[in-house]
Design a protein around this ligand. Structure first.
Ligand SMILES: [Zn+2]
Length: 396
């Protein structure tokens, strides 16, 4: 906090100093009396800054440095810095002051408008932000793309998925061939969110349409395949559910784990225990994960016995060390041990449980956010699909 405070004061000080020099140059031809007043304002501003009286220093800054083509960047930079520091009200004041000035080019005016709208977002005044962004889009401003990105984020936060898709589509058209993968993924997730709302209302026809739309945006949408498979399962269409689930490893092998509970249920409904074992083996061969080892071990245990399951896990551990698989192995051995050996295994299990509990299962590959559960939308950086399972000895 102290460093941040000092950094802010330093930048404000530099801003005021730069403003002072520009103002001095601008006012060279003016009267001495004016210069004295001008200088006085700056010294007052600096004094407030040094005493960290932020409210007064912002007012002084606005009063003493006229917004011109030359000083515009200083005003905008100070406003943006205030916003980043969480001082949205002060940022609004600075950017509104810029917008009140006449003589700016339309590009300069739009830049200030964009920053003011971002201040409104920070202040939670989303309606005002939305209408300013909309205005920039309607004006076909140089900042149209940034305004659309912000609008998508607002609609996403407000869960207004239709509007989010509409804005994202406009953004896609604007980006043309350079449409980022993140935008494509986001649009597919917006459709999945709509499908989930449909399912909640029991409108399965609309849900299916929204899922088709999701796949049209992103043919590798694991979430769309999974929701579709769940719908087919509900309709007792187990063959379709199975076909959809089997597509997922090709769409994204890192998402295999989330398909496993439904995959097991589907095979159970089909009464095809051998089929499940075959699929698990095939997936394990191609995309090894600890969950696959554990599920397969459970199957071996059900069809044969604990010893066969333990041997299977031990064999897999030699190929790929894993704390989670080790834990299941210890559990199996505990069932058949007694006396001192049992005591020692219990101690080992307590330790392994602790290691597993302390390790998050998922992390965001973009911002590093980590947690125990899968989030389709990263709570840290608000990116869709960036939260993935953690690999390695302690992970998957
Ligand atoms: Zn993130």
């Amino acid at each position: 906090m102290m460093t941040q405070g000092l950094g802010l004061s330093l930048i404000l000080l530099l801003a005021v100093a730069a403003g002072f020099l520009l103002g001095w140059r601008f006012n060279q031809k003016r009267s001495n009396a004016f210069k004295q007043t001008f200088a006085h304002s700056y010294y007052r501003g600096m004094s407030y800054l040094l005493n960290e009286q932020m409210d007064n220093s912002v007012d002084k800054f606005i009063d003493s440095l006229e917004v011109t083509g030359e000083t515009l960047e200083i005003h905008l930079a100070l406003g943006n810095m205030m916003r980043r520091k969480g001082e949205a009200a002060k940022a609004i004041k600075i950017h509104q002051n810029v917008l009140e000035r006449r003589g700016l080019t339309s590009k300069q005016h739009h830049e200030a408008q964009l920053e003011l709208a971002r201040d409104y977002v920070s202040a939670g005044l989303l309606d005002r932000a939305e209408s300013l962004f909309q205005e920039l889009i309607e004006l076909d401003s140089f900042y149209k793309s940034q305004a659309l990105e912000q609008l998508v984020e607002i609609y996403q936060d407000e869960k207004e998925w239709d509007k989010a898709i509409q804005s994202a589509n406009m953004l896609s058209r604007l980006k043309g061939d350079k449409e980022p993968r993140e935008l494509i993924v986001a649009k597919a997730h917006f459709c999945c969110e709509l499908a989930l709302q449909d399912i909640e209302r029991n409108d399965f026809e609309s849900a299916t349409q929204h899922l088709q739309q999701a796949v049209a945006f992103d043919k590798n949408s694991v979430r769309a395949s999974l929701i579709n498979a769940e719908l087919a399962y509900r309709n007792s269409d187990y063959e379709t559910a199975l076909a959809l689930l089997k597509m997922i490893p090709q769409q994204d092998p890192e998402r295999i784990n989330i398909t496993l509970p439904l995959l097991c249920d589907v095979y159970e409904k089909l009464g095809d225990s051998d089929g499940l074992q075959e699929t698990l083996k095939e997936w394990l061969e191609r995309y090894p994960t600890n969950q696959l080892v554990i599920r397969l071990a459970d199957k071996i245990r059900a069809t044969r016995d604990d010893y066969a399951a333990a041997d299977f896990i031990a064999e897999q551990l030699k190929r790929k060390p894993s704390i989670k698989a080790l834990n299941r192995l210890v559990e199996l051995h505990l069932l058949h041990s007694e006396g001192k050996a049992k005591e020692n295994l219990q101690l080992l299990k307590q330790l392994v449980d602790k290691v597993i509990a302390e390790k998050p299962a998922y992390h965001c590959v973009k911002c590093g956010f980590s947690g125990a559960h899968l989030h389709w939308l990263c709570p840290g950086c608000k990116t869709w699909g960036s939260v993935k399972i953690i690999k390695g000895v302690a992970g998957e």
